[in-house]
Design a protein around this ligand. Structure first.
Ligand code: SF4
Ligand code: SF4
Length: 374
């Protein structure tokens, strides 16, 4: 039976940061959280082959499948590109997932983490899109989509090539809307134009928007006192048309209760509240950014083939969010097969052509300090 994607629960229970005791998932706690979530009228559980080293899918079986009627909940899980080395691996992994979860079909199935390069190439190489459609025809998958971490250009290409895709999961939050690495706003617009249902991951930017500094909190509390920073981040994405479900990787009962309160009687952001979020972003982004316009005049003449503007974009994100791992992953992808920032020979060619007169050599040294140390 297919599900009306426009009537999905606004909040999905992400099972990637489950509570643990002595390094093992605490199933009793997961049971309590899952029960409160279901009792509140929600039913979307999101797991993946790799979460908790495979134990998240096993927790689905113990805490949900064995304890609740199958039609009372939906499960989403994902195929990992990095574990596929042959055509046979697709079915092998899929059957293992059914077994781990204790079900005979998945309500939602995603190709995990489509991004430019390796993952996307693997899904094409092993014909995973057609494989997914076949699984859907066999009734083993109810709805087929992918999670996405790539560029807007790749998203357009994949959607053009694969119109069979029913939904897409993207990283979306107010801080990343204009982020040149994450592209939240652009990805949202591409999907909205095509009326493709959007499932949101990282609505709180990995917890960062749930832990704002006092200056930001004062701005929000002046309008709606006593509401958590996380509730503002959730309401921001939930107010966007086309967003069907927002995943929250909940680890505690308290987070669960806070989220239930936000979504029980959901209120979209008012105009005044949207302006407050804009003010929070101003405070958040006050840190100095490198004024690179991405004209790429510096790139062709670099004897080391360094991807200067892309590395600057990673530096800008790192300056804004020092604890964020995305710039490091982005950088790793950039330098795979290309020169690292540390390989700059300080010839000065780039600085001579940069219309913004940027001190590129010292910016690359900064980048090297952030990203080349590991
Ligand atoms: S200074 Fe460094 S980055 Fe600039 S052109 Fe020379 S090698 Fe490339
Ligand atoms: S020339 Fe300057 S502004 Fe243009 S991409 Fe290079 S660093 Fe950025």
């Amino acid at each position: 039976m297919s599900i009306d994607l426009s009537k999905m629960p606004k909040i999905g229970f992400g099972l990637m940061r489950l509570p643990e005791t002595d390094g093992v998932i605490d199933i009793d706690k997961v049971c309590k959280m899952a029960d409160s979530y279901l009792e509140a009228g929600f039913n979307y559980f999101d797991t993946a082959y790799v979460y908790h080293g495979g134990n998240s899918e096993k927790a689905v079986k113990e805490a949900i499948v064995k304890r609740h009627p199958r039609e009372s909940f939906t499960i989403a899980t994902k195929l990992p590109a990095w574990s596929i080395h042959s055509l046979e691996d697709r079915d092998k992994i899929f059957n293992e997932q059914l077994d781990r979860c204790g079900v005979d079909y998945f309500d939602f199935y995603l190709l995990h983490s489509l991004e430019d390069g390796n993952n996307y190439d693997t899904y094409e190489k092993f014909d995973c899109f057609n494989w997914g459609i076949k699984k859907r025809e066999e009734g083993k998958i109810r709805h087929f989509g992918f999670s996405f971490h790539g560029t807007p250009e790749l998203l357009v290409k994949v959607l053009d090539l694969h119109p069979e895709i029913e939904f897409v999961q993207i990283q979306l939050n107010y801080a990343d809307w204009d982020n040149a690495i994450v592209h939240s706003g652009k990805l949202y617009e591409i999907l909205s134009e095509r009326n493709i249902p959007i499932i949101v991951m990282e609505p709180c930017k990995g917890g960062k928007l749930a832990n704002l500094d006092e200056e930001c909190l004062d701005i929000l509390n002046a309008i709606r006192p006593g509401k958590s920073a996380a509730s503002w981040a959730f309401r921001y994405v939930a107010s966007l048309p086309g967003v069907t479900t927002i995943l929250s990787g909940m680890s505690t009962q308290e987070q669960m209760e806070d989220n239930m309160n936000t979504f029980k009687d959901f209120e979209p952001l008012t105009e005044e509240e949207k302006q407050a979020i804009d003010k929070v972003k101003e405070v958040m982004f006050r840190v100095e950014q490198v004024g690179c316009t991405a004209c790429r005049y510096c790139v062709d003449g670099c004897p080391m083939g360094i991807k200067i503007p892309d590395i600057i974009s990673a530096v800008n994100t790192k300056r804004k969010f020092p604890g964020d791992m995305r710039p490091q992953f982005f950088y790793n992808g950039l330098v795979s097969g290309n020169s690292h920032a540390s390989e700059c020979i300080a010839c000065g060619q780039c600085e001579g052509v940069c219309p913004q007169h940027l001190p590129i050599i010292s910016i690359l040294q900064e980048a090297s300090g952030y990203f080349d140390q590991g």
